[in-house]
Write a protein that binds this ligand. Structure first.
Ligand code: ADP
Ligand code: MG
Length: 699
């Protein structure tokens, strides 16, 4: 029996010192269970060995070779002037030999000894006649020895190698021999692999089929637990209580707008008012407060569908009930924009409005906080500053989070956790409204936001101009530059976006990020000095300090910059109606939803707007090809609706992350794949509903 359990700290494992435990913590591995749930992100197929004569430069290959001569080691100095050593060794099989090079591995002298056999795995370089390998993986090879054919590749951090993780996982698995995390009847009903077998097969698969079966079992479990957690959250929140509002007369509000709401907007407003009043038809404010279940609603609408005004209607309804509302957004500039656009409307209705962000002056902040606590402010708009403990409401009626995908569930809940003590000494929480501009297919939304009710705005305000979209190759570059110049001369502004990654599904390493950033910066310099010397060009990227980013974005939104070059558009939801052109470089590297989000930055004003997808894969005219990038371009050129596009996106993506893990921390699954596992998602949703219903009955 092992001397540790799944819940023990990894330091219980042989080979994990305090220092190593710290490194593992960078991978969010703290317990033995975290370790075995750190699944491989892929496998190296080392089992398919080749003979030397079959190797071709540029491929990744595995071969079994015997060391021909002793390892040599020479000292050199690297480009950066650091001293380092190079090890060279030759190894052969009966068909030829391979030159192998390592760096700073002096210790290999005692391992790679003449006459011994190893299985080497790595990229083949050199030439067909004289193949080489640079720092290949090596495993001692004995006759009759069994080496794993599929070798796991793990997401890593500095100081932790795949070999190390494999070794630790092998130990850790000992603790799972008699552990099962799912009830037997579920395992039977859904024909799932047992936990121990699944963990063994995912980390050390003997073949592809076993690995897939293991993946299915683990994804099933992950999705089921996720949905059960959401239901628990929903149940808990149902038990909280909020102020019950009377149904206000919304006519003065609607009459004060210079447009009529779309059907979808009206519907969302009605959903919200229903939630907050629970269809209670009363016309007078009550003297004594009554309480109701808190609203927990998500408004999902494409970029530009007019979510802000829906939020404003909810605020109006709240304030007419003499309760306070808050609106939280992810960036300062967005907070300022919302404040500027909502203030005139709010003033018309005598709604006292304040702005609170990280750069609000201390004296000003103090005033705002005390007015808020006294109930003299009806609406507060701001950034994360709103969730600080010093922010206290007198009558918290409604908490709105805009662009919710930029916040974690925790932050969102913290805002709606701002409570007041009611007449009878119990807590009152505000109604919660979250707005998201990431259109996802309805079915998926219902599952992933299982703790929320959903209103969908699937209609754009009338009169919106279509953003004309073109996909072009390098041969059109000159013409595109001329087009940019022409638009700028007409007074418009332009975005140029450069990707950083090599590939849309690839994890970005620090080095790749740096080099990508460098090339984007160089490109920007080139635009400034060679292509558009007369235009005002600026550059913004994700690693800048927020204040610096805000400054550059503000200059652009104030019209002080003509062209904004960026790595990806950083400021979600920023409204620059004068921007009429979005150029996306290397558009083949972006996913559909991302392209759609980027395109949504233009076409927000009265000006005819355009989106240009530049890609070297396009030769001449855009073909109808089978190439997935070409397919994406065609979909972009032919579709405007974010919901439609997100359906295509989900359909088209193979294994990969529909949402982009970085952006959607809360929806980052370890093994489930939201695009590929739709069937599992639906199965587990049904099951979670059944389990939840049973639980509710028993209470
Ligand atoms: P988003 O859903 O992306 O947050 P906004 O709320 O910023 O969109 O709205 C985009 C623009 O559309 C704003 O300028 C807003 O005034 C305008 N708008 C919203 N609703 C309507 C409508 N029903 N008719 C006309 N214009 C509208
Ligand atoms: Mg918005």
């Amino acid at each position: 029996m092992p001397s540790f359990t799944p819940n023990d700290s990894v330091t219980k494992l042989y080979g994990v010192s305090e220092a190593r435990a710290k490194l593992l913590a960078n991978l969010e591995i703290c317990t033995v269970d975290d370790l075995v749930r750190h699944y491989p992100r892929g496998y190296e197929n080392r089992g398919m060995t080749k003979k030397v004569c079959e190797l071709s430069p540029g491929e990744v290959a595995s071969c079994i070779l015997e060391i021909s001569s002793p390892l040599s080691s020479t000292r050199i100095s690297s480009k950066k002037g650091r001293a380092m050593t190079v090890q060279k060794v030759t190894a052969h099989d009966e068909t030829g030999s391979v030159h192998i090079t390592f760096f700073n591995r002096d210790f290999l002298k005692t391992t790679l000894v003449t006459g011994r056999k190893f299985r080497f795995y790595g990229m083949v370089g050199g030439s067909f006649l004289s193949p080489q390998m640079l720092s290949p993986a090596y495993e001692p090879y004995y006759t009759n020895a069994t080496l794993d054919n599929l070798v796991p590749i793990y997401p890593l951090t500095k100081g932790i190698t795949c070999k190390m993780l494999s070794m630790l996982v092998k130990q850790a698995l000992e603790a799972y021999k008699n552990v099962e995390s799912l009830p037997t009847d579920i395992i039977k009903k859904y024909d799932l692999m047992g936990l121990y077998d699944a963990l063994c097969a995912i980390h050390f698969p003997t073949d592809d089929a076993k690995m897939k079966e293991a993946r299915k079992r683990l994804a099933f479990e992950e999705l089921l637990l996720f949905q059960l957690r959401l239901r628990a959250l929903k149940n808990r929140n149902k038990n909280g209580r909020s102020f019950k509002f009377f149904r206000p007369d919304m006519t003065p509000f609607f009459d004060s707008l210079d447009y009529t709401l779309t059907g979808a907007q009206k519907n969302a407003v009605e959903n919200i008012i229903y939630d907050m009043t629970r269809s209670d038809v009363q016309t007078e404010p009550q003297i004594l407060r009554e309480y109701t279940q808190p609203m927990r609603r998500l408004v999902q609408g494409d970029v530009g569908s007019g979510k802000t005004i829906v939020a404003a209607a909810a605020i109006y309804a709240c304030v007419k009930n003499r309760a306070q509302a808050s609106l939280m957004v992810p960036t300062e500039i967005l907070a300022e924009q919302h404040y500027a656009s909502l203030l005139p409307l709010m003033e018309k209705h005598r709604i006292a409005t304040a702005l609170l962000t990280g750069s609000t002056k201390a004296s000003e902040k103090k005033k705002i906080l005390s007015a808020l606590a006294d109930g003299k402010i009806d609406l507060i708009i701001g950034t994360h500053a709103l969730i600080e403990d010093s922010v206290v409401f007198k009558t918290p009626g409604l908490a709105i989070t805009d662009e919710q995908h930029r916040f974690g569930v925790k932050q969102r809940d913290k805002l709606s956790g701002k409570t007041a003590i009611s007449d009878d000494g119990k807590n009152v929480v505000p109604h919660m409204l979250v707005m998201s501009a990431t259109p996802i297919p309805r079915t998926l939304a219902l599952i992933l936001y299982g703790d929320l009710d959903i209103s969908i705005i699937d209609e754009l305000p009338p009169g919106r101009q279509k953003v004309d979209t073109f996909a072009v190759g390098e041969s059109m570059r000159e013409r595109i530059y001329k087009f940019i110049e022409k638009l700028v001369c007409e007074g418009r502004q332009c975005y140029i976006v450069c990707p950083l990654a090599q590939n849309m599904n690839e994890e970005l390493s620090e080095e790749m990020y740096e080099s990508g950033l460098k090339s984007a910066a160089e490109y920007c310099e080139k635009l400034k000095s060679e292509i558009f010397p007369k235009l005002r060009i600026d550059f913004v990227h994700g690693k800048m300090k927020p204040a610096e980013k805000d400054k550059i974005m503000r200059a652009f939104s104030d019209g002080k910059t003509d062209i904004l070059v960026s790595t990806t558009v950083i400021e979600v939801g920023v409204n620059v109606p004068n921007a009429a052109l979005m150029v996306i470089e290397n558009a083949e590297r972006f996913g559909l939803s991302q392209l759609h989000q980027l395109r949504g930055r233009v076409g927000r004003g009265v000006h005819k707007s355009y989106c240009v997808l530049m890609s070297p894969i396009i030769r001449g005219k855009l073909a109808d090809g089978a190439n997935p990038a070409e397919k994406r371009f065609n979909i972009m050129c032919e579709n405007e609706s974010g919901f439609k596009i997100s359906e295509y996106d989900l359909e088209m993506r193979g294994p990969g992350d529909f949402f982009g893990k970085r952006q959607h921390g809360e929806l980052a699954f370890k093994i489930a794949d939201l695009a590929a596992d739709m069937k599992l998602i639906e199965e587990t949703k049904k099951l979670a509903d059944e389990i939840n219903a049973k639980k509710q009955k028993n209470i």
